[in-house]
Design a binder for this molecule. Structure first.
Ligand code: ZN
Length: 229
């Protein structure tokens, strides 16, 4: 199409839309500056909305959603500063020949840990039972050198062989136990930023523990299947 033909077509379209025609050889008026500013402003707003949505998606978890945090533990295991907490929540379990005090709702998970010691590191398990009394459990206190509550306060943590697994050291905990414990929703202090290799805590909720383990701590069939697949 020639230039004049294109201009004719342009004017026909303009007439149809009720706009004034443009003399030959002149360019069509560009969108007004105001209009372009509106479009730019619209794009900025769109980008801002998209940005906010993206940020909301990557929002950090709430403290109560972070497994193992004091806020999370309080939601699922109660307030350790309540005067009746110990009487109502804490029970004794036998763990590698030791008496451990734990929250009654984590009993199954720590019995599972005991069986991991016995099955995967029997010599180590026997040594714990025969060794020094350096294994600790429930104790309402803050984390050493910190303001916040230790998970020992909730009865959801135990310390094993403290003398050979001192805070800040590598320790001697058998890897086969640690790996499986972490796979099953437990946390091990040796993986913390300040290594605490004696320390084991559960990061499961009471409901999850009951769903996965029998009262003696053995995994239920469906969970065992899931673990071996
Ligand atoms: Zn500990």
């Amino acid at each position: 199409m020639s230039l004049s033909g294109r201009e004719a077509g342009r004017n026909m379209r303009r007439r149809l839309r009720g706009l004034p025609t443009i003399p030959r050889g002149k360019a069509a008026p560009r969108r007004s500056v105001a209009k372009r500013r509106w479009i730019a402003a619209g794009l900025v707003v769109l980008a801002a909305v998209a940005g906010v949505l993206a940020l909301r998606k990557s929002d950090p978890l709430l403290p109560t959603e972070i497994r193992g945090s004091p806020a999370w533990a309080r939601v699922y295991y109660g307030d350790p500063d309540r005067s009746d907490f110990r009487a109502r929540k804490i029970i004794e379990i036998e763990f590698l020949g030791r008496t451990m005090l734990v929250h009654r709702k984590v009993q199954r998970h720590f019995l599972r840990l005991e069986s991991l010691f016995e099955a995967r590191a029997p010599d180590y398990a026997a040594a714990v039972a025969a060794g020094e009394l350096d294994d600790w459990s429930y104790f309402n206190r803050s984390v050493r050198g910190e303001e916040y509550k230790s998970n020992h306060s909730f009865g959801i943590a135990i310390d094993v062989n403290a003398l050979t697994n001192v805070l800040g050291t590598v320790g001697d905990m058998p890897e086969a136990i640690v790996t499986q414990w972490e796979l099953e929703g437990g946390a091990w202090g040796g993986s913390f930023s300040r290594p605490d290799p004696m320390h084991f805590e559960t990061h499961l909720t009471p409901k999850e523990i009951k769903q996965r383990y029998r009262p003696d701590g053995s995994p239920k069939d469906w969970y065992l299947e899931e673990l071996s697949s």
